[in-house]
Each structure stands twice: as C-alpha cells, then as structure tokens.
Design a protein. Structure first.
Lengths: 212, 10
C-alpha cells in the first residue's frame, strides 16, 4: 500500500458515500444517471467474485464489501425507492455500446484465459467507460447540482491517484499491470473536460453548467 | 512484470 493508492481508495469511498447521502437525504436522484450506477454495480460484482475465496487483507475485504453493498443500495434507491425522481428522459446513453465491446475485448486481451480473470478484465474495461452515461446526462441537461459535481470530482480523482500508485509500484515494487494502467488512463482522460469545468467553475462557487 | 494472479488492488 502506498499513499497514492490509499488516497485513491479514500476518494473513491467518499464519492460513493457522497452519492448515497445525496440521494438518501434529498430523497431524490434527479440528475443522477441510473445507467452509470448499474454499470458500477456490474463492475464491482464481476471484479470482486473472489471476495470469499481470496483473502488479501481485512482492509481489502471490508472495502470490497462496502463498495458492492453501496453500489447495490444506490441502484435500488434510483430504480425502486426514489424511482419517481429518476430522470429517465435524460439518461438515454446506450449502455450496450459499452458492455458489448468491453466484454469482447476482455476475451481478446487479458492476462489469463480463465473465467475469474476474464471477468476481472471485463470489470476493468467497463469501469473505464462506466461514467459516460453520467457525463452524457450532465451534457444533455446542461448542468449538474453542486453535490453531483463533487461526487464526479472525487470519482475522477480516484483513478487519477491510481495512475500515480502504478508509477510508484513500478518504481519500487517492479509491479506492472498494463491492462489496469491503459484502462485507468482512458478513464482519467474521459474526466478531463469535467475536471476543467469543475476547477474553473465549481471551485469558484458557480454552478456547473455545460455549454448546451 | 505483470502482478501475481490475485489482484491485490480494489
């Protein structure tokens, strides 16, 4: 464990908590893409199948349980508990265009052609594009609530910090996972536009509004 | 080189 990975995990955890609290407290999932949250639930499910068979550390296991539980809770709130506030008309990204290519790619490019490894690879590829429905929805509505932009910022920063974690691990641990690194780069690049808007607008107290 | 099989990152 290094500081970049730890800060990355904390940032990821806080993004998940921010979203849970936003929906629960405001009893509304307005402006939130249910499709992205569904994709994240798939990402965690396919990545943590070894949750019970492969103990790495208490930290690792407990974080995995929290990620899986909170992603399902978020999906449940959007599609069940507060579905009346779900803005389906603006959440129209075709997720099959994300799931099918990443699934095919995980069969073609992976470290080991075994079910668990292919599912892990699929989850890595899917995670790198899972935020697209959410970013697409923000661009369609032309704006995002400030709390939603904090959620997106924390979520974007987590994988950016992981990029530094991989540099660190390459330098000091001879650790190198090209699949995770390339997917992490794609994931971070997708946030660049949002990062720019967040830093130039939200941090100056303005509302995040995209040129529609 | 590539990490050990058990992916130790979240």
């Amino acid at each position: 464990m290094n500081i970049f990975r730890f800060l990355g995990d904390i940032s990821h955890l806080s993004a998940i908590i921010i979203l849970l609290l936003k929906i629960w407290k405001s009893r509304s999932c307005a402006g939130i893409s249910g499709k992205s949250q569904l994709l994240f639930a798939i990402v965690f499910t396919t990545r943590y199948l070894d949750l019970f068979t492969n103990f790495i550390s208490f930290y690792n296991t407990s974080m995995k349980v929290v990620y899986v539980a909170s992603s399902y809770a978020t999906v449940w709130m959007i599609y069940s508990k507060f579905k009346a506030t779900y803005d389906g008309n603006h959440d129209t990204f075709r997720v099959e265009f994300l799931i099918v290519p990443t699934a095919i790619l995980s069969f073609l490019v992976n470290h080991d052609f075994t079910p668990l490894e292919i599912l892990w690879t699929f989850s890595i590829y899917l995670e790198s594009v899972a935020i697209l429905p959410q970013l697409f929805m923000v661009s369609k509505t032309g704006e995002a609530e400030t709390i939603t932009s904090h959620y997106l910022f924390a979520l974007g920063i987590y994988r950016t910090l992981y990029l530094f974690n991989w540099i660190w691990r390459y330098q000091f641990e001879e650790f190198f996972d090209l699949i995770a690194i390339v997917a992490g780069l794609v994931q971070t690049v997708l946030y660049c536009d949002f990062f720019y808007l967040y830093i130039t607008k939200v941090l100056k107290g303005k509302k995040l509004s995209l040129p529609a | 080189e590539v990490l050990s099989e058990d992916h130790d990152e979240l």
